[in-house]
Design a protein around this ligand. Structure first.
Ligand code: SP5
Ligand code: ZN
Length: 341
């Protein structure tokens, strides 16, 4: 299969991450994409192509226009106040507080985020635009008849919702791709999210819709980030009831239990009968992932690809998380080669 890749991901490089009560080098860093790309070339997965520019319109089909303006202008506003370090929020409106967009940049950073995990830098806007274009270009290939395509998206997207960023994510690449398919002749789309963390952004975007099915395999929110979404009783609402499927699993889960959840999710997808499957491909389920607690091994990722292939649906793979940098290329590309063989 073809890979879509843009060097522009480099424009977003967070300096630090607040983790374990301290500031550490960011886990979500440019070398992640470099290593995946070298593995794609090493195994000869297929041609690597540049994304096309889809403009702002497909982003506005998912995200709020005020949020998009914020993402585009945040760095300039931040810099104007004399700071050149990464822009980060510090406070959030919780129970009983007012959710009103403030005028000043520090307040806007809080209003348009749900955590301090999505720092805005000088190149964040062009990088996230490129990441969405990578996803859309891979999606168009599949819509135009390819059996599958790989969008090597970076930054990732599945924690980003209609009007907030968080968890290293700014634009929800998978949601933008799924909506683009709906707008270009597909009646039903499934988004299968296999990242270690719950895809709270994608779930919230499609929660009341029956045309986009969302399924997520992830660490139990009782134990793991993002904590406040991802329970199994979240089944969708209104017209969307029955079209949201969560598989929370406890810390320490290995491939036996995880693979059973995947098989169940695949049955749900077959029953739904989508025109296209969009896979939010995170490989932070890997046993050596530095911020995660599942126990998948590198060969398990081949089996994941095989099971997704057995759905026999046109499939778009979009990169999400995975922080064991040394093995991220092998693990991500194992899913793709498993799919093809
Ligand atoms: C796209 C994606 O995978 N985003 C993940 C964002 C996770 N951010 C919070 C991580 C919290 C990790 N806490 C574990 C401490 C390890 N010592
Ligand atoms: Zn993740």
């Amino acid at each position: 299969m073809k890979t879509v890749y843009s060097d522009d991901h480099r424009l977003h490089a967070a300096k630090v991450e607040l983790i374990d009560g301290t500031l550490k080098p960011a886990h979500e860093k440019p070398v992640r994409a470099d290593i995946i790309l070298s593995r794609v070339n090493e195994v000869g997965l297929g041609e690597v192509v540049e994304p096309e520019d889809f403009g702002i319109e497909p982003l506005g089909r998912i995200h709020d226009s005020r949020y998009l303006i914020f993402l585009e202008t945040a760095w300039a506003m931040w810099q104007k106040t004399g700071r050149d370090w990464d822009a980060l929020p510090l406070a959030w409106p919780v129970r009983g507080m007012r959710a009103i967009e403030p005028d000043e940049i520090d307040g806007k950073l809080s209003y348009f985020s749900f955590d301090a995990g999505a720092p805005i830098t000088s190149g964040t806007w062009p990088a996230v635009r490129a990441s969405a274009n990578v996803g859309l270009t891979a999606t168009r290939m599949v819509k135009d008849g390819e059996r599958a395509a790989f969008g090597l998206c970076r930054p990732p997207g599945h924690h980003a919702a209609v009007d907030y960023c968080g968890g290293y994510c700014f634009l929800n690449n998978a949601a933008i791709a799924a909506q683009w398919l709906r707008d270009h002749g597909c009646d039903r789309v499934s988004v299968l999210d296999i990242d270690y963390h719950h895809g709270n952004g994608t779930q919230s975007i499609f929660y009341e819709r029956a045309d986009v099915q969302f399924l997520s395999l992830h660490a139990d929110p009782r134990q793991e980030y993002p904590y406040f979404l991802g329970y199994s009783d979240e089944i969708g609402h209104g017209k969307g009831e029955g079209f949201n499927v969560n598989y929370p699993m406890e810390w320490g889960t290995g491939f036996e239990a995880w693979g059973q959840a995947l098989s169940d999710a695949c049955n749900e997808i077959s029953y739904f009968g989508p025109d296209v499957v969009v896979v939010s491909l995170g490989v932070d389920t890997f046993e050596k992932d530095p911020i995660s607690q599942f126990k998948l091994k590198s060969p398990d990722f081949l089996e994941i690809g095989r099971r997704i292939a057995s759905l026999k649906r046109p499939t778009v793979f979009l990169m999400e998380g995975g922080y064991a940098v040394e093995e991220i290329g092998v693990n991500a590309v194992n899913v793709l080669t498993g799919f093809e063989n």
